[in-house]
Each structure stands twice: as C-alpha cells, then as structure tokens.
Design a protein around this ligand. Structure first.
Ligand SMILES: [Fe+2]
Length: 224
C-alpha cells in the first residue's frame, strides 16, 4: 500500500472531514508542506517564476481555473512555488544563496481564468539522509524521495481556497511519494521536447460555504 507517512495520514483525515461535510469534487486537495513563504511578487500575464541561473530545463505550465460549472473563475490569485533543480526552496536553501522568492510568485488571473508560467525545472529530491524524517521513513520501510512537483494555493472570491500540488507524472517516484501518495488527478505527464517540459493542467475550485473558506488557514507561516 503506498503512503503510510504522517503527511499521507493527514491527507486522509482531511478527505474524511470533507466527505463527512459533503464537500467533494474539484481538484484534489493536499497538504501545504512547510515551505510556503508569504509575500511573493504579485504578477500578471505569462509569468517567469525564476530569477536565478539554474542548470536545468524549462518548465512551461498553463491551464484554466474553473468553478464547479466549468466556467472560468474571476478574480483568482494563483500562488505557485517549487524547488530549484537541486531540490532546494528559496528562503530554505542551506547550500547556496537563492534570490528571495526565486521560483515563487502570486499570479493575478484575468476574467478568462487562464494562467501560464514558465520556470527553471524542479527535480525530485530526497530528505537529508539520517535526518529525523529519513529515520522515520526508513523505520516505516519507506524512502524519503520526493518526485519533481509544484505547489499551489488558488484563492478567489466566493470559492474555497484550494491547497494542492502536482507531481510530474513521469517521475519514477510520482506514484510512490511519501508526502503525497497517489492522488488521482494530480499526476499530469509532461510533454517533453528537448530540455523543455510542458504541462497542461486545469484547476477546479469548490464554491465557498462560509467566508472563512476563502481565506488561508491561520497556521503560522514563514514570512520574508
Ligand atoms: Fe515541495
């Protein structure tokens, strides 16, 4: 059975709570992870996420943010963040300096619901060998590898804020991911041409039930 890690357990709890409340449908939700940083540049249009040089290919990702009726969502902001090719996130990079907010943006979406960005492609990464997480995973008979992936929040007036992420569907660890497990619908396979990878992915939001659905949870986050 894939995914016996603590974070997968949290996903299952979240799903169970939603199912009990009759809140299903739309893009599957996942945990946020600890590496979001508030205050990323707010940008529009066909966006470049990457400020720093990085010896890797280019990721192109685009699609539409829709509601349950399939119509584009108006007024959305897409928060996106991912690691560099070495598996490190800006603000959390112990190996070398990354420019603040490298590979992090908030994208203001137009009334057509379309988003598009490109960036220096993330690779998969491993948790530090013999660190606490690695020992925990090994104790559970699991590896601490994560496939290449991209994190998102999607917020829009009148819709429930979506926290999710996609794994590159052709990554060897895509369907065997300790922090994620296999979530149908979050494993898009990139179209690879030379050193570029192109992912088409649409987000579907749920309607908000209450105003608090539209905000982020009140957990403490890193601030830059
Ligand atoms: Fe991550």
């Amino acid at each position: 059975m894939p995914g016996v890690g603590l974070e997968h357990f949290m996903d299952l709890l979240m799903d169970a709570r939603d199912a009990q409340a009759g809140r299903t449908g739309g893009t599957p939700r996942t945990i946020e992870g600890p590496l979001y940083v508030a205050g990323a540049p707010l940008v529009e249009g066909d966006v470049n996420l990457t400020d720093d040089a990085d010896d890797t290919g280019t990721l192109f990702m685009s699609g539409t943010i829709k509601g349950p009726d399939g119509a584009p969502v108006e007024g959305a902001i897409l928060h996106v963040w991912h690691a560099n090719s070495q598996g490190w996130y800006s603000h959390f990079d112990p190996t070398r300096e990354q420019t603040p907010f490298n590979n992090r943006r908030r994208i203001r979406i137009g009334s057509d619901g379309r988003y598009a960005f490109h960036s220096k492609m993330p690779n998969g990464y491993s948790v530090p060998p013999q660190g606490a997480t690695d020992r925990l995973m090994q104790g559970l008979g699991r590896h601490g590898n994560r496939p290449a992936h991209v994190h998102f929040f999607v917020e829009a007036p009148g819709y429930r804020t979506l926290t999710t992420q996609i794994n590159f569907g052709d990554d060897p660890f895509a369907a065997d991911d300790f922090a994620f497990a296999t979530r149908d619908g979050l494993l898009p396979v990139p179209n690879r041409q030379g050193d570029t990878a192109t992912i088409a992915f649409d987000f579907e939001l749920q309607k908000a039930d209450v105003a608090s659905d539209e905000g982020f949870s009140s957990r403490i986050r890193a601030a830059a």
